[in-house]
Design a protein around this ligand. Sequence first.
Ligand SMILES: Cc1cc2nc3c(=O)[nH]c(=O)nc-3n(C[C@H](O)[C@H](O)[C@H](O)COP(=O)(O)O)c2cc1C
Length: 301
Amino acid sequence: MLETEFCKVKLGNPTVLASGILGTSAELLIRAAENGAGAVTIKSIGPREREGHNNPTIFEWEHGLINAVGLSSEGYKEMEDVWEALKKCPVPVIASIYGANVQEFIEVAENVAKQKPAIVEANISCPNSEKHGQVFGCNIDASAEVISAVKKAVGEIPLIAKLTPQAPNIAEIAKACEAAGADAICAINTVAGMVINIEARKPVLHFKKGGLSGPAVKPVAVKCIWEIYEAVKIPILGVGGVSSGRDAIELMQAGASAIGIGSGVHFKGIDVFKKVCSEMEEWMNENGFANVKELVGIAHE
Ligand SMILES: Cc1cc2nc3c(=O)[nH]c(=O)nc-3n(C[C@H](O)[C@H](O)[C@H](O)COP(=O)(O)O)c2cc1C
């Protein structure tokens, strides 16, 4: 009932561990797979090790999380042991990558491709050092340029372009990525925001501003997925605020073929994938759906 494909990669179910939530620990990624994730995404890997921002980098508020981890991550050169350990991962592994310019993206993509992940995801929600720090995914030309370069670097491996909801024209960005060779679109990354502790009279994060995720961003994700679905033919990995079967079905009805879960792991535990799947099955049985693929985009009909 829940089996599906994404970019021709077979998935036991459409739930995917989103990037950044369980870092680059093979042990944790495998644990997500054992707890029902249909695929797992590694935290974005860059050209070299990065420390990221100072603590506190993540804070839970009433409607979700806010984080400013600052893309703290391992560089691809420190990933050898992780790739070796991930050979035991029972589900497809998605390698998320980022760079500060096109050349860095190419360098990381070429190296990551050698490890033959099932799919590569280019996180283009990061600043472009050559364009005054403007986020790649907010500019049509920069998005197309980086996706075209990464696609050449990864060859036959399917490529997902992960977009930011900060783009005023996300559907246009998605179209440009599709034309540049992306095999799928992932939407959305976190939404820019800020939370202040009024007693302390200070922002809760050391970096002050951060990215919102969790329940607060679900309507933003639904709108972005809806617009992208109407603009492109390639499949969409919908992410944003999913922690129940109903949430997942809502994103699928908007047009997502698979569903990323990030903050949901924090709020519901690592077996959130199993819970979401059984709730989806229950809803589908009650509503007369035999196959999860039938849900994709039906709210547009
Ligand atoms: C702590 C944290 C770290 C994240 N790191 C990454 C990352 O390295 N790369 C990326 O593409 N997205 C990253 N994200 C964004 C998530 O993958 C996801 O797009 C976003 O959180 C929305 O989904 P959610 O509401 O299910 O969490 C991160 C999110 C959080 C909360």
